[in-house]
Design a protein around this ligand. Structure first.
Ligand SMILES: Cc1cc2nc3c(=O)[nH]c(=O)nc-3n(C[C@H](O)[C@H](O)[C@H](O)COP(=O)(O)OP(=O)(O)OC[C@H]3O[C@@H](n4cnc5c(N)ncnc54)[C@H](O)[C@@H]3O)c2cc1C
Length: 590
């Protein structure tokens, strides 16, 4: 359902006018706009954004966001701040909001649309504010522990350091707290927590270990991980962490929907969890500063880390601290780092759904201080993403993963069971050479699926043909290879047994009703498993295996220890909260 928003800023204009806030820098009393109210649109992150802008002859008088489908909790700061910034600067050259860049740009595009309709000089307005270069003020602050990043790791570290008696500040580069944690389902592995005390559910480490080992056995190769000692040390404390957070005021419910292992779940998911943690932290006197990006570590002449230099829109702040905890998440949103540390994943053109802030900043800072990266990152493939060209034109495109289709790589060859669990066999098969992006092939037997595919074909984002050979031509794959894969798949479907990849019989359906369709899919990553080497208490280690004084890292910044080459559903938050809790206490004790 479309969201109707009415954010009227006329009153702000009145305030601006009364207090002498900036007018358009180029007006000089001449007419700049055709006075009136105009409606314009721009492309946001999810869909178009519609705004209504009222102009006087010389000014932008009010901006109202009329309609949008942006994601609540992520786009809110852009919805609030961009119109305010345009109004107060009377300019389109305003900063986008960190973490909501696409929404910001969509709003600006819609306002620009109105400016053009009103006969204004949009190009001039886009440069006006830049005419006066901004100089940032410098500031220095002292604290005991500075935590960089406000996901579950950072917030756990902050609460734990505070509990140990430290003064703590958390800085977060985005406008909204929580990073990937805030968009997660919010399920935490929870071994031996009080949450399961009154149930028959077996939440013991031994049972969980059997399950974990079985999942890891699907790994395509042996990586030398998990580190069994570290794994046991952290996993066995996950229940303790859940109880600890509950005592501080976090809301949990026991969730057993993942089958054999116990999880704690916040009823409002990752967003609800982070909101509660931030509130608890602030009530305890921990300052959580958003739109404040950690840029580099302060290192003294002994090589000890003694603070962080961070930047906000108008300040450069040096936080002097006894310890720094880096909790900046993974590298998934940084294409260059993915290429460097996970080349196969980059080659497979994976699409990351981790938060936009997962750009490996903490890792970059730690490496400058002498930290050591893991050599062989593993990147979990937890789903597939339908061709974005199709998704942007056909709303129902996400429904095309039916498990009943045939999947082939760019050579026209089948490479895995299409109904395998992504993060088991299918995930690692997808990122083997040449298997992704890949095509799913459908026939017309299911009317609902065919209707979606027809829309896609009409939009030019689905290949459609009456024969498999013609389909191959449209897909630009080898026709003989595709026909051979198709025929073999159908033979096995008729026989009711997939000898090649063991696809489950209920999904093994003969494809024989023309027309046929082909759609491109990409592997989807939820995060990275790598980071920098750390001790059991989260101290960042240097080349000689010694702790770099004052520097700690936890969560997705140092998580290679836990996995072989496979992921386990909901396997992160419980581990990262625990590593954050341990690192926070150690940082405070320094
Ligand atoms: C869709 C989805 C669903 C998931 N569901 C689950 C689930 O239910 N259970 C589970 O266990 N796992 C789940 N995961 C995985 C899990 O959410 C992440 O692995 C985990 O949240 C990472 O936590 P973190 O604290 O290490 O990093 P994050 O939560 O990403 O936090 C890092 C924070 O640091 C900030 N930051 C980065 N650089 C800087 C800088 N220079 N200065 C200041 N701040 C900075 C970021 O903006 C971010 O807010 C899911 C992942 C996805 C994508």
């Amino acid at each position: 359902m479309k969201k109707l928003i009415c954010l009227c800023l006329a009153s702000l204009l009145c305030l601006a006018g009364c207090s002498g806030s900036p007018k358009s820098p180029t007006s000089g009393g001449n007419s700049l706009f055709k006075a009136g109210t105009y409606t314009g649109t721009g492309k946001g992150n999810n869909d178009s954004i519609t705004v209504e802008v009222t102009f006087t002859d010389t000014e932008i008088a009010s901006i109202t966001i009329k309609e949008h489908q942006e994601t609540a909790g992520i786009s809110d700061p852009a919805i609030e701040k961009i119109p305010q910034s345009v109004m107060s600067s009377q300019s389109l050259a305003v900063d986008t909001v960190a973490g909501a860049t696409k929404s910001s740009k969509g709003i600006l595009e819609a306002i620009e649309d109105c400016v053009v309709q009103a006969g204004g000089d949009a190009e001039q307005l886009k440069t006006a504010a830049n005419q006066t270069a901004k100089t940032k003020t410098e500031e220095s602050r002292d604290t005991d522990v500075i935590v960089v990043g406000s996901g579950i790791t950072g917030m756990s570290a902050a609460l734990s350091a505070k509990e140990a008696g430290a003064d703590v500040v958390v800085i977060e580069k985005q406008a909204v707290t929580g990073g990937t944690t805030a968009i997660a389902g919010g399920y935490l592995i929870s071994i031996d927590s009080k949450l399961y005390d009154d149930t028959d559910f077996d939440d013991s480490l031994d049972t969980f270990r059997k399950y974990w080992d079985e999942r890891m056995s699907y790994s395509g190769q042996q990586s030398g991980y998990p580190d069994e000692t570290r794994w046991e040390e952290i996993v066995s404390k996950t229940g303790e962490t859940v109880d600890w957070l509950q005592e501080k005021g976090v809301t949990w419910e026991a969730f057993t929907g993942f089958g054999p292992y116990p999880t704690a779940h916040n009823p409002l998911g990752g967003r609800g969890l982070i909101d509660e943690m931030v509130k608890i932290a602030e009530n305890q006197g921990i300052e959580v500063i958003t739109e404040c990006k950690g840029e580099k570590l302060v290192i003294d002449d002994q090589g000890a880390v003694v603070g962080v230099v961070a930047e906000t829109a108008d300040k450069v702040i040096t936080f002097n601290a006894s310890s720094v905890v880096l909790a900046t998440g993974g590298i998934s949103a940084n294409g260059e780092m993915v290429k460097q540390y996970s080349p196969k994943v980059a080659q497979a053109q994976t699409i990351s759904v981790a938060a936009a802030g997962s750009t490996g900043d903490g890792m970059t800072m730690a490496l400058e201080a002498g930290a050591v990266p893991f050599e062989n990152f593993f990147t979990s493939i937890c789903a597939t993403t339908v061709d974005p060209r199709l998704a942007s034109q056909v709303e129902e495109a996400a429904k095309l993963t039916t498990n009943k289709q045939l999947g082939v790589n760019a050579k026209g060859e089948r490479f895995a069971s299409e109904s395998a669990v992504y993060y088991d066999a299918l995930g690692s098969d997808m990122i083997q050479d040449g298997n992704a992006p890949f095509y799913y092939i459908y026939d017309s037997s299911d009317a609902d699926t065919a209707a979606i595919l027809e829309k896609g074909a009409a939009a030019g984002a689905v290949v459609k043909a009456d024969t498999i050979e013609a389909l191959a031509e449209g897909m630009k794959v080898d026709a003989a290879a595709l026909k051979a894969s198709f025929d073999r798949y159908n033979q096995q479907a008729e026989a009711g047994k997939d000898e090649d990849f063991g696809k489950s019989p209920e999904n093994l359906v003969v494809l024989d009703q023309a027309p046929y369709y082909a759609v491109i899919f990409y592997p989807t990553t939820f995060g990275s498993q790598g980071g920098v080497l750390t001790s059991e208490t989260g101290q960042v280690l240097n080349q000689t295996g010694e702790a770099i004084p004052g520097l700690f890292a936890a969560g997705e910044m140092s998580n290679r220890y836990f996995y072989n080459e496979n992921y386990v559903l909901a396997a992160s938050l419980g581990l990262y909260a625990t590593t954050g809790r341990i690192a926070g206490a150690a940082a405070a004790a320094k």
